[in-house]
Write a protein of this length. Structure first.
Length: 642
């Protein structure tokens, strides 16, 4: 009898324990019907079609993990499968969520004043007082509104050893402030790294240790670290990041660096991100009193009519619901995390491959939207009714606020033009606002007061009194700033094309001309031969530069790694147009003198003058995009390619 009673008691204890475990946050419940099949179809399709080795996904809802699954391989050579619990990943900018939480903890404890000048807390260096009376604050750093230029050339490395300390790197690599703080969102890795440094200064402990003790440990995120090198138990499980290389793959590099609060060198698992999502959605007290609310509430918007940003979590809309999201991208790794705060739903998806034409970036957003659709189906939007009137004041060219002004990275603006044109009464047509290739061209219907609704979509854009275009973009921390006609990438491409054609013509023509004249009795005067030689050298320098530049940009995935890590080619290339300044200057002199002294027949003189002008146009475009290595003679920020 006693044994039967003991067995019954034991069975009841086991049932109670099992039920309790099932209710613990982070434990996986039964996945929602239909969701797994939909995600299997989507993700497996991405791996096959877009040339990506593997993926992991974690979905939370109702205070628990409802789905956590891996697809494909974490390591192709070893054949290791992707596992959301076991496989560790380069976290990329997902780490910024933890940086926001760390800063919010010290703010909520009164140890950091979010509205105070950050120089109050910096012992070793100071942020330049570029705009007197308008200091940079922690609120600016956590909302991408500090106004720093985007200079990240050559910042990262391929290994975790010998990384420069965070504070020293920030002091040495402080970018120029290009706009007053609080005016416009512009995704800012330097600002986030500086926020992390303030955390370590105020707390008195290294940033990686602070995060481990105050966030990772309390939440049980055992597969996450900000330390470089990572602990062996975490590093041994690290997935390999790949980029496509023909039919195969190349291992991607450039994931390590000094700015760990931004994600460089940080490692995590999808399951750990699931724990983080649950903590934010439930306002988990282990994060600190009021910390989750502080991180997730809106702190800045370009215009109240469009979404804004919390602390490093960007707002968007899914139907009528507010979405907070953070994507993360490093060579070989692409993440997307999204929360529906009012509905208790969160999703994290990650790929360990760039995909063809960097497809993984958009694939992650497609999966995110599929999960959000499952829990909160979007209703088709009603057709907007246009407000008739002249909308030509909004037409023109625009540039993303993240465009660098003073580094080589400015060249990205040359290939990402944003244009707005009048498409009829109360309508606009745009190109380039959305990063989604399927929505590269969009039509907008005027709702009044500079607000437009996307025709056939759910987007909204607003034109501010300062000329900014906000909303509409699915890129984080981006608004669009108006540009003058002479700043148009289309114009620059025309000038660049004309210069390239003239330089190629000169490179081919002058050797042919020399061979033809070698067999003739008339001798070419020395000054004319010198003019021809200088023109040929100008063409050779320009053509060599163009070939090297195309080698860098021909593979977008490889280019991302090259920009982050720097390369001898990136270092050398800008010296070629610098040399062209000398040879083209000589061409100007020869064109003027030769024209006056009659060195050439009519068409020969016109041809030489045309080549001179085209070479000048070519160099003008190079100078505008910081492609000439002349340091402060070209731009206040100098050249930062290495």
């Amino acid at each position: 009898m006693f044994r039967k009673i003991a067995a019954l008691v034991l069975a009841l204890m086991l049932l109670t324990a099992t039920a309790a475990i099932a209710q613990q946050p982070g434990r996986q419940a039964v996945p929602p019907p239909g969701l797994v099949d939909r995600l299997d179809e989507l993700i497996n399709g991405h791996l096959e079609t877009d040339h990506i080795p593997g993926a992991v996904i974690t979905v939370v809802a109702g205070g628990e993990t409802v789905l956590s699954k891996g697809y494909g391989l974490a390591d192709l050579a070893a054949g290791t499968p992707m596992d959301p619990e076991w496989t560790t990943l380069s976290a990329a900018s997902e780490a910024k969520i933890m940086t926001a939480i760390a800063a919010a903890q010290l703010i909520s404890e009164g140890r950091i004043d979010p509205a105070a000048d950050v120089n109050r807390y910096l012992p070793g260096f100071r942020i330049d007082d570029t705009y007197p009376g308008r200091p940079v604050t922690m609120n600016h750093l956590l909302t991408h509104t500090a106004g720093f230029d985007a200079d990240y050339i050559g910042l990262n490395g391929s290994g975790p050893v010998g990384i420069e300390p965070l504070g020293r790197s920030l002091a040495e690599k402080q970018p120029i402030r290009v706009r007053p703080p609080g005016e416009a969102m512009s995704y800012d890795n330097y600002g986030v790294a500086l926020a992390g440094h303030l955390v370590e200064v105020v707390s008195g402990m290294p940033f990686d240790r602070y995060v481990a003790e105050r966030i990772l440990g309390p939440l049980g995120m055992d597969g996450t670290t900000f330390s470089q090198p990572a602990p062996p138990s975490i590093d041994a499980r690290l997935a390999t990041g790949y980029r496509p290389d023909g039919e195969g793959y190349t291992v991607a590099g450039g994931r390590y660096g000094p700015w760990t609060p931004t994600g460089a060198g940080t490692i995590t698992t999808s399951a750990d991100i699931g724990k983080l999502m649950l903590a934010l959605l439930s306002a988990d007290p282990r994060l600190g009193e009021g910390v989750a609310e502080l991180v997730t509430r809106r702190h800045f918007t370009q215009d109240p009519r469009v979404p804004g940003i919390g602390y490093l979590l960007t707002e968007s809309r899914h139907g009528d619901a507010r979405v907070l999201s953070k994507d993360g991208d490093l060579p070989g790794f692409h993440h997307e995390t999204a929360l529906l705060p009012e509905h208790g739903v969160g999703v994290h998806i990650a790929y360990n491959g760039d995909g063809d034409a960097n497809a993984a970036y958009q694939d992650a957003k497609i999966v995110r939207n599929a999960v959000l659709d499952h829990f909160l189906p979007e209703r088709p939007p009603a057709d907007p009714v246009p407000v008739p009137g002249d909308v030509s004041a909004y037409a023109g060219g625009y540039r993303a606020s993240v465009t660098s002004e003073y580094s080589l990275a400015k060249v990205t603006a040359l290939t990402t033009p944003v244009t707005v044109e009048v498409a009829g009464d109360g309508r606009l047509h745009s190109t380039g606002i959305s990063a989604d290739p399927a929505r590269y061209e969009q039509e907008w219907v005027h709702l009044g007061a500079g607000e437009f609704a996307e025709a056939g979509g759910t987007g909204r854009i607003v034109f501010g009194h300062d000329g900014t275009l906000s909303g509409g973009s699915d890129q984080e921390g981006v608004v669009y700033l108006p540009i003058a006609w002479y700043q148009s990438p289309t114009l620059h491409l025309v000038l660049l094309g004309a210069g390239v054609l003239a330089l190629l013509a000169g490179l081919c023509w002058f050797p042919v001309l020399a061979l033809v004249r070698r067999g003739r009795a008339d001798r070419v005067p020395g000054p004319v031969r010198a003019a021809h030689a200088v023109a040929w050298l100008t063409g050779a320098l320009g053509t060599t530069f163009l070939a090297g530049f195309l080698a860098v940009v021909s593979d977008g995935n490889a280019m991302n790694e090259t920009i982050l890590t720097g390369s001898p080619l990136l270092t050398v290339l800008p010296y070629l147009p610098a040399a062209m300044l000398v040879t083209a200057g000589c061409m100007v002199v020869f064109a003027i003198v030769g024209g006056r002294r009659g060195w050439w027949r009519r068409w020969g003189g016109i041809g030489y003058l045309t080549m001179t002008l085209c070479a000048a146009a070519f160099l003008g475009v190079c100078a505008y995009y910081n492609l000439i290595a002349l340091g402060d003679l070209v731009s206040p920020g100098g050249f930062h390619a290495s």
